[in-house]
Design a protein around this ligand. Structure first.
Ligand SMILES: Cc1cc2nc3c(=O)[nH]c(=O)nc-3n(C[C@H](O)[C@H](O)[C@H](O)COP(=O)(O)OP(=O)(O)OC[C@H]3O[C@@H](n4cnc5c(N)ncnc54)[C@H](O)[C@@H]3O)c2cc1C
Ligand code: SF4
Length: 445
């Protein structure tokens, strides 16, 4: 079921999911280990053994509801989690034949639940304090739901006109149908979170002054880096995040027949496989890293290879070539690392005689994003990564917390969910300590 080569060439999600009898069969292979390593592998604390047991005995909705208690993004994480390096990595069953397909089973549970009204969680008594959450991606949403469960009044202020973060405006629709993110946004609203799209002007200091008791910054990393290549100003040069957001919004830009993508991460792979679906006949992906060094998930690299993306690994860009103001080519050269293991451009050494040129109608840059905002009193590094106390997720400003990509520097959906839960706990501890007049929760002033 994790066969990555079965995806269709359309811009809609098409991977096959389990039929109920197949899910029961797969769940029946689980050894129900006494101290299951699968559970230790999940950052969001999903109890894989218990939900697999429910599927095994045909209680499919029970399985999705159990997952939801720990991670509201049931079907989304079933699709997007790199489970082969998380819960499935140490599955005991691998010693006998192959690991249990926990990803496929979670995905199945999410599919069964979609369209049903997931029951609301147990809620604490309403409290008077108000919390503002900036950003409605996985981190912000997970935190908002946890804060509502703890009784707080929660406003989720979202800069974009479309809520959901990278789930709705990043991951391409053929990997994640938007209905999943919409369904989780509905769930957050039913739990009582007030989701307000189109509200990106808010600043934590002003929000605190205006009466919010705590602010949680979950704004992700949204400012793309540019390489600074000769020819970057040409017509036909794009940034991957802009391309993916426009495709998510329903646009179908014409990239021409030959496309070059620069970058070795998941965003580069998504841009390359999206370009194919937009009609490109050949897509070349050029990156600094070797295959094994690429930061993209293994399964995504394999899918891209199976779809025919041409990889030019351990190469560096030299220039984008134009004619009449329009892209016509891309130039690069082969590299080796001066110091092994340090995978940054400044450590790359050109190998003479390896220069190459590719024909191109479009060049897409996908070399990463930084945090775009700076807030008064909130410490950030050069990339805009917000520094937090790892126990409470509080920033250098008292009452301001942060979670997700803006603190991790860019990780995964499940990591953002786990951090959102932790930040909600930090906010709760801080507000209760403030009420009690104690300093627990950390006065950072
Ligand atoms: C193309 C792509 C593919 C990916 N594929 C995978 C995958 O397969 N599996 C996986 O686990 N992870 C994947 N990721 C990573 C994953 O999407 C992120 O780690 C995750 O979305 C981070 O969640 P977040 O809540 O921190 O931020 P985001 O999802 O980025 O959400 C942040 C939200 O904050 C909003 N915002 C920004 N500034 C403000 C402001 N000032 N005020 C209010 N709102 C603001 C933004 O508009 C956005 O909606 C992928 C990322 C990309 C870009
Ligand atoms: S480690 Fe594998 S076999 Fe053991 S409980 Fe988890 S999924 Fe089942």
């Amino acid at each position: 079921m994790s066969d990555t080569t079965t995806r269709s060439g359309a811009l809609v999600e098409s991977d096959r999911t389990y039929a109920p009898h197949e899910a029961v069969l797969e769940a029946s292979r689980c050894l129900m280990c006494e101290d299951p390593p699968c559970n230790r592998g999940c950052p969001a604390d999903v109890d894989a053994r218990r939900f697999i047991r429910k599927i095994r005995f045909g209680n499919f909705l029970g399985a999705s509801r159990l997952i939801r208690e720990a991670n509201l993004l049931v079907g989304i994480c079933g699709r997007l989690c790199p489970q082969e390096i998380l819960c499935m990595e140490h599955c005991t069953r691998a010693e006998l034949d192959s690991p249990i397909d926990i990803a496929g089973l979670q995905r199945f549970a999410g599919d069964v639940e979609l369209g049903t009204l997931a029951p609301l969680p147990e809620m604490a008594d309403e409290r008077g304090e108000r919390v503002a959450v900036l950003g409605s991606g996985p981190g912000g949403l997970a935190a908002a739901v946890e804060l509502r469960k703890a009784g707080y009044r929660v406003d989720v202020l979202e800069r974009s006109g479309t809520a959901g973060g990278l789930l709705t405006r990043g991951v391409p629709p053929f990997r994640l149908d938007r209905s999943f993110a919409e369904s989780e946004l509905e769930y957050a609203k039913r739990v009582g979170a007030n989701v307000l799209p189109g509200r990106g002007d808010a600043n934590p200091a002003e929000l605190l002054e205006s009466g919010y008791d705590a602010v949680l910054v979950a704004v992700g990393l949204w400012k793309p880096y540019k390489i600074g290549l000769p020819g970057e100003e040409l017509d036909g040069v794009l940034v991957a995040s802009d391309l993916l957001a426009s495709v998510a919004d329903g646009e179908r830009p014409d990239l021409g027949k030959r496309v070059v993508v620069i970058g070795g991460g998941n965003v580069a792979i998504d841009a390359a496989t999206t370009a194919l679906r937009l009609g490109a006949e050949r897509v070349d992906l050029c990156c600094l890293e070797s295959h094994d060094e690429m930061p993209a998930f293994r399964s995504e690299i394999e899918t891209a290879q199976a779809e025919g993306i041409e990889f030019h690994t351990r190469t560096m860009p030299a220039a984008i070539v134009g004619e009449g103001g329009k892209v016509v080519g891309y130039e690069g050269f082969g590299i080796r690392w001066k110091e092994p293991g340090l995978l940054v451009p400044s450590n790359a050494e050109k190998i003479h005689g390896t220069e190459f040129r590719l024909a191109a109608d479009s060049v897409i840059e996908a070399i990463g994003q930084s945090g775009g905002d700076r807030y008064d009193g909130v410490e950030t590094d050069r990339r805009g990564i917000v520094a937090v106390d790892p126990d409470t997720m509080m920033t250098s400003r008292t009452g301001v917390f942060a979670c997700g990509d803006v603190t991790s520097g860019g990780a995964t959906v499940v990591q953002a969910v786990a951090e959102g839960k932790k930040a909600a706990e930090g906010v709760d501890r801080y507000l209760r300590a403030r009420e009690d007049g104690t300093s627990e929760g950390g006065d950072r002033r």
